[in-house]
Design a protein around this ligand. Structure first.
Ligand SMILES: [Zn+2]
Ligand SMILES: [Zn+2]
Length: 236
């Protein structure tokens, strides 16, 4: 079943939605959602939450790992008419709010300009960002949720470290492909790739036993060592 929640840790779940996975933290009858899928994902998310015993009014916060449409596109529909605090990295807040044009996702130059209108449609309606996050910030919630800035895939990509859950949510800052091998994220150019690898080095220094991705199943088998090896491979 597409909407059956997958448990990552105590009170931490993933839901498969259109084009991505979203992560849900549930504690003391409140829920924090990480990412919102493509436009049209809201009903799937709300159904998944209900399976976890979470009602729409229990959803008090949404944090975005980055602005890409498969993460932020479903947000507008999800939070419309609801009292939900939205958090995103400060460098991407204006994009999510529709005040700054979305950077070209696929390419810069003519190809990027051609694809921009399509991407903009995928983006869904703009949403006000209540909390502009920086590296090291804590998102107020029952369990500790620590913001880790992981630029590279996008300039404001963030991970969320859950120290009490032994879990880090990385969004698209890392890939874990079919051959079950960690890979660097998709990046726009060489400079962004270098930035991404610096971010992975930072990630390898944190404490966790599970990595939760946005497009791949979780990695539980010595994930820090796997990130460390990836950084060494790319650097060598
Ligand atoms: Zn992305
Ligand atoms: Zn994505």
């Amino acid at each position: 079943m597409l909407d059956r929640p997958i448990q990552i840790a105590d009170g931490v779940f993933q839901l498969r939605v259109i084009g991505a996975r979203v992560t849900v933290l549930v504690e003391d009858g409140e829920a924090l959602l990480v990412d919102a899928g493509l436009p049209g994902s809201a009903p799937v998310i709300l159904r998944g939450l209900r399976r976890l015993g979470v009602f729409p009014e229990d959803l008090t916060r949404v944090a975005l790992t980055h602005y890409h449409p498969d993460h932020a596109g479903g947000l507008g529909q999800l939070v419309a008419g609801r009292d939900v605090a939205v958090a995103a990295h400060e460098s991407e807040a204006e994009i999510i709010e529709g005040k700054e044009p979305m950077p070209t996702v696929l390419a810069e130059g003519p190809l990027g300009e051609m694809t921009a209108p399509v991407i903009a449609r995928l983006m869904g309606r703009p949403v006000a960002v209540d909390d502009r996050l920086e590296d090291g910030d804590a998102i107020p919630f029952g369990t500790e949720v620590r913001v880790v800035h992981l630029p590279g895939h996008t300039r404001g990509s963030i991970g969320l470290l859950l120290p009490e859950k032994g879990t880090v949510i990385v969004g698209d800052a890392l890939q874990y492909k079919l051959a079950r091998r960690l890979s660097p994220p998709i990046t726009l150019n060489e400079e962004r790739f270098r930035l991404a690898m610096q971010s992975l080095e930072k990630l390898s220094g944190l404490e966790y036993e599970t990595i939760a991705f946005s497009h791949f199943p979780p990695l539980r088998n010595e994930p820090r060592e796997a990130v460390r090896r990836l950084v060494e491979r790319a650097g060598g």
